[in-house]
Write a protein of this length. Structure first.
Length: 469
């Protein structure tokens, strides 16, 4: 690309934003009136400003003078030299001091002496790069763009980067999900000659209330939400587990109080089977207790919703079919259901147990072929066959032997089984961690959900799953 597409987009963007602002203002005015033309409320008008300051464009609403949207443009840089071309020249055309250039380049490279982090996407202007040198995206972090984010219950289908957590840690530091800095703006000049500025205060820990979801200002439009500190921690653990292993090893500060880190510290990072003695159980108990409490809360919320819907209090207080849910080992024919070999072929590796030695460390890139319907077809077909011809018959035979369906036989002679359309595939490499203790109902799964754990590599020591009945 010679940059013509970027220049064309840059040229058309101001006109597009002006038109969108005008269109939104017209829509606001129309919605602010009843059918008879009587005004219902004051409509908002939206104003687009081109470069109110050197770093970005801006869109403001007439109803909120101190709230606006800054619009930054990012472009692709193939090397640090491409970035230097942008930051090394002042607006007046003169060269920047070498100390200034080196400081920004060092922040971007984080001490690296090579172009290993390139290509990357960074701001297209010197001022923005100067202020936020580490706020860049790697291609696999940015693409493919996801349109499934939500801003609490207020806005749905928000577009965002493919991987959001790791860039945020790079932007704002390893403690950005646990602490905040109160920043105040000096409105007006203190004395003649002073200019307004931002004053940064001390770093403070986030309280539990600050993890609750953003709600609408109107009470009647507020909605129930499960979002809290625990759910965010679980989401972060899962998201970080999908990123580069070197990043996980080099950023321990954020996770020192997480389940995997506490267990590893207690066992001195031993790969052998843990000794589940009293000392280890005491280390695990705070995490298990948190998961236990979350499970009870979700069960009560679910039962409350059922009672409201049905107009009565349900008798169901625990997950159904407890005898089927008991942990039990099982054997299956790996030649009839070669899930491990087909998965290896699908992602293009010879041996799944050696994934940690693969040159591609980013799991999103490594497993990218699973997002392609045609590429994953063989694996998907094998999975469907495994569930429908092994897992469901196994469950059904156990249920029949225990006469579980006898009570409902007079009502119906057919039993319906539902299963996950595509399996959850977890790749845990040496030194990484999986998600901590949790209950699937906390993630929106059915209270009757039953899991089948299928290791696709040899399981031993700390890479095995341990259950307690």
């Amino acid at each position: 690309d010679d940059g013509s597409n970027y220049r064309h987009a840059l040229e058309k963007l101001p006109d597009l934003l002006r038109e969108k602002s005008k269109q939104r203002s017209i829509e606001e005015a129309a919605s602010a009136k009843r059918g008879n033309g009587t005004k219902l409320r004051t409509p908002a008008t939206y104003m687009y400003k081109r470069r109110p300051w050197p770093g970005c464009d801006r869109v403001k609403s007439s109803l909120a003078s101190r709230v606006w949207i800054d619009i930054f443009i990012m472009q692709r840089y193939e090397s640090i030299q491409d970035v230097l071309k942008v930051i090394s020249v002042k607006d007046n055309g003169q060269a920047q001091p070498q100390e200034y250039i080196d400081g920004i380049a060092s922040a971007i490279m984080s001490g690296s002496t090579s172009d290993s982090i390139f290509p990357l996407y960074h701001f297209d202007n010197r001022k923005a790069i100067e202020l936020w040198p580490r706020e860049y995206f790697l291609p696999n972090e940015l693409f493919p763009i996801k349109k499934t984010f939500s801003f609490g219950p207020l806005v749905k289908s928000v577009a965002g980067p493919a991987a959001a957590v790791q860039p945020l840690l790079r932007f704002f530091g390893d403690d950005c999900f646990t602490h905040y800095v109160r920043t105040e703006h000096t409105r007006g000049k203190k004395k003649k000659g002073d200019t307004t500025s931002w004053e940064e205060g001390e770093k403070l820990p986030l309280s539990d209330e600050q993890y609750e979801t953003v709600q609408h200002s109107r009470i009647q439009k507020r909605v129930w939400s499960k979002h809290n500190r625990t759910r965010l921690e679980e989401y972060l653990a899962t998201s970080l587990n999908q990123t580069d292993v070197e990043v996980l090893v080099d950023s321990p500060k954020e996770r020192t109080n997480w389940f995997g880190a506490t267990v590893r510290t207690h066992t001195a990072d031993s790969p052998d089977q843990p000794n589940f003695d009293k000392a280890l159980r005491e280390v695990m108990e705070p995490h298990v207790a948190k998961a236990r409490l979350k499970r009870e809360q979700c069960e009560q919320e679910l039962l409350g919703m059922i009672s409201v819907k049905n107009g009565n209090v349900p008798s169901l207080t625990i997950a159904p079919y407890p005898t089927i849910r008991s942990e039990r080992p099982f054997l299956y024919d790996v030649d009839s259901f070669p899930l491990h070999t087909i998965l290896a072929d699908t992602i293009g590796v010879d041996d799944l147990s050696l994934l940690h030695e693969h040159p591609i460390k980013d799991k999103r890139m490594l497993l990218f072929s699973l997002l392609d319907r045609d590429a994953r077809k063989r694996f998907h077909q094998c999975y469907d066959a495994f569930v429908t011809t092994f897992c469901i018959p196994l469950l059904h035979s156990i249920a029949m032997s225990q006469s579980i369906f006898a009570a409902s036989a007079a009502v119906s002679t057919s039993i319906t089984y539902r299963y996950q359309a595509f399996p959850c595939i977890r790749v845990i490499r040496p030194g990484e961690f999986s998600i901590g203790p949790h209950c699937d109902i906390a993630y929106g799964h059915s209270i009757g959900n039953i899991n089948f754990h299928i290791p696709l590599t040899p399981a031993f020591g700390t890479n095995a799953l341990y259950v307690e009945g």
